[in-house]
Design a protein around this ligand. Structure first.
Ligand SMILES: [Zn+2]
Length: 436
């Protein structure tokens, strides 16, 4: 028996990066469109008048006429054990970790706590239209088990891992090089490629991992080359000075990770704010990904991401967009992209709304090498979708009165004024996750 559903609305999907192919060639918009979803995948996309009449009798049709339907949003860097430290006052990175985060993360040794927070976390992502995220757990393997189990239950595609950290934190948050390796390997065997779940080997950052542990992370990656790697890089000046002290042999912060074989196309480096030219060249040559986390960078006072420098065509670095909750201050990718726009304004760089929506969907799918599965409305894709309403609040509806049919203007209103209230519905593999 085929499970079938049709979903009607304004279908917006990207086929290229507007910064590379131009605005007009970057996307398709079908104003009165329909998707036919069969067994969780997009089976057909077209004009509603063509598709809806041909459906087998009794096929449910979800009508979102007037709203935009896009691929589900993708977040390339977020911490699931930090949902109760988000919005903690008054510290920069290293103090914020010690004072708030390292206290909170100790609670994830308890599987019941981890399971409860995993439920909240996925509820909150889906409420914000995010259907795939790259997620840090705590040091405890129980945290990654809880997140994957909850994701599997909901059918979402998540990339996650337990963090490896063997120094620089309270004893309750430390593993060892050997234990971090063994626990990560066990999780890879349990979860990587099981259904939609994928594993990210996750040394937290060079400050909390010894040479031996980074070497173990490199060994794991060599043994499991289709796993992801996630860590933090060059977020804050005190952090960079600490890394310089801990790794006196390294030419740079990036060189620490490079020495242990961690720079690869499936490696995601959070922040990448204060990099020098040789570091950018190595990230580019290795096709590593930099995750731009604007709300976090502003909240922790870390600095302004330099998108133009990273994307310099002479040695372009691949970039993803991310919330970085709980250093980040919003689960919403709309809010996150709005803050990215403002960071780039301070850098004197332009970032049109089409570029932002590309980044949240196909751009982030490409950053993860998952564009064959998610990030577009191409037939054959997994039917993770978000339905957005640019008139969701009185202020948005009021602003929209002055916009007559211009997609870029509408998208910009969604960015600047939108958040979870603009998410009318979220679909996971063609099934409504909320609010239909
Ligand atoms: Zn982070």
């Amino acid at each position: 028996m085929t499970t079938r559903r049709a979903i009607r609305g304004r279908l917006l999907s990207f086929k290229g990066d507007p910064a590379e192919v131009g605005a007009a060639a970057s996307h398709t918009l079908i104003e009165d469109g329909a998707l036919v979803v069969e067994d969780g995948r997009i089976a057909a996309r077209g004009e509603a008048r063509d598709l809806l009449g041909r459906l087998p009798a009794g096929t449910p049709v979800d009508d979102h006429t007037g709203c935009l339907i896009l691929p589900g949003l993708i977040d390339t860097h977020i911490h699931f054990p930090q949902t109760q430290v988000i919005a903690s006052y008054g510290a920069q990175l290293l103090d914020w970790l010690q004072k708030y985060t390292f206290v909170e993360e100790q609670r994830f040794k308890d599987p019941a706590h981890a399971a409860r927070i995993a439920r909240f976390f996925l509820d909150e992502l889906l409420r914000n239209g995010t259907t795939t995220a790259v997620v840090y757990g705590s040091v405890h393997p129980e945290s990654a088990d809880a997140l994957f189990a909850e994701s599997e239950r909901r059918g979402t595609r998540m990339i996650a891992g337990k963090v490896m950290m063997d120094r620089g934190a309270p004893a309750g948050l430390l593993d060892t090089a050997e234990r971090g390796y063994a626990e990560s390997k066990g999780l890879i065997e349990r979860w990587h490629g099981r259904g939609r779940q994928l594993y990210a080997i996750s040394p937290r950052f060079a400050v909390t991992s010894s040479d031996a542990q980074l070497e173990a992370a490199g060994a794991l990656l060599a043994e499991h080359p289709d796993c992801y790697l996630q860590t933090h890089l060059s977020e804050n000046h005190d952090e960079i000075a600490t890394v310089r002290r801990l790794f006196p042999w390294a030419k740079s912060y990036t060189d620490v990770y490079d020495r242990f074989g961690l720079l690869r196309p499936r490696s995601i480096f959070g922040h990448c704010i204060h990099l020098d030219e040789p570091e950018l060249e190595r990230l580019s040559a290795s096709r590593s990904v930099a995750a731009f986390c604007p709300t976090s960078n502003l909240f922790l006072g870390s600095g302004l991401f330099d998108l133009a420098a990273l994307r310099d065509p002479r040695r372009p670095v691949r970039v993803g967009l991310a919330t970085d909750v709980g250093g980040g201050t919003s689960y919403s990718m709309l809010r996150t992209a709005a803050e990215a726009y403002k960071v780039l304004q301070l850098r004197g760089q332009h970032w049109p709304a089409l570029d932002a929506f590309y980044a949240m969907t196909l751009g982030n799918a490409r950053a993860l090498g998952l564009e064959h599965a998610i990030g577009s409305l191409e037939p054959g894709s997994e039917a993770d979708l978000v339905v957005l309403d640019a008139r969701a609040t009185p202020a948005m509806a009021h602003r929209m009165e002055t916009i007559a049919g211009d997609l870029a203007e509408e998208l910009f209103v969604l960015l600047m004024l939108g958040d979870d209230r603009a998410v009318r519905a979220t679909y996971v593999m063609g099934e409504p996750a909320r609010g239909v």
